[in-house]
Design a protein around this ligand. Sequence first.
Ligand SMILES: *Cc1c(COP(=O)(O)O)cnc(C)c1O
Length: 361
Amino acid sequence: MMPKHNFCAGPAKLPDVVFQQASKAVVNYNESGLSILEISHRSNAFTVIIEEARALVLELLGLNTKDYVALFLHGGASAQFHQIPFNFLSKRAGYLNTGVWSQKAIHEARFFGEIVDLGSSNDQHFSYIPEKIIQNRIDLDYIHYTSNNTIYGTQIKNFPEQKVPVVVDMSSDIFSRSLDFSQFQLIYAGAQKNIGAAGTTLVIINRKAFSQANRKIPSLLNYDYLIQKESLANTPTVFSIYVSLLNLRWLKAQGGIKSVEKRNEVKANLLYNYLDASNLFTPLVKKNSRSNMNITFALNKPDLTSDFDRFLEHHNIIGLKGHRSVGDYRASLYNALELDSVKVLVSCLQQFEENYENIKS
Ligand SMILES: *Cc1c(COP(=O)(O)O)cnc(C)c1O
């Protein structure tokens, strides 16, 4: 079988070694004679897994264990859209509107309080990150950003200073670049893009930074309860957490975030440089807002769409279709995607463009 080059936005490619280790654990976990799928979440075997994973998360992000805890929860990143305001929105919170995921977060937060618009790029199809972001308001319970807009391919490069707790949805760029993560008081991300197998949601929280809203909160939505139960309030997504641990170990063995960040830059520059020079393809995002994780581009001749799609399929390139809400194309270059796959993609785009130029002339 020819190897596939998987540019899917999520669930996404993980390192081959993680796939191998995970499949082995399904048959016989750690020579225990048991599958990872049948061990108790209260067993010592699993406690060791989740504790190592939680510690590695903070270590890789450079966060101290005095203020921050890492939790593996249920419900996807989307469940955080309501869980965060349920706990912390008393009166009003500020949200930056950079696309579909921000809007969904805003929609859920409105059930709990007033939402202040900190800025928006809605006027140009979310193809940029707003330059003017409202700052330093002290009447907000917290501020919410989407750090990387998976659908449009934009990424916040510099986070403006704020005077209230900052919450970030990092679903599609966590562990991909180095930042001072202590500028955020809550970080959340669904596992299926850059962390592990779909199923679990990573939440990293500095609980002391937030004031609890004055309302009754069901236990499984209550961060205090989840922290107190050390992420084991009920049966966790054992397999997804195990795969996350394998991937975090892989990340550490690569040299941590700084080394994968360098590789991610090389991969993204290779594709952006080609797209910027191309006559047939156009990148969709303004230069200073471009994501290194999700690269969106258009084919300038829409009548070539079905030819192009067949060409990609023939070269084992998959997952390149843009999100159904925007169309066009999107290449997701998460940590585990190899530089070789980007080289294959760029040479295919080049070849397709050359073929087209030859037919034209
Ligand atoms: C994928 C994605 C989500 C939704 O994640 P689920 O785990 O499916 O709920 C939310 N925010 C961003 C930025 C995403 O990329």
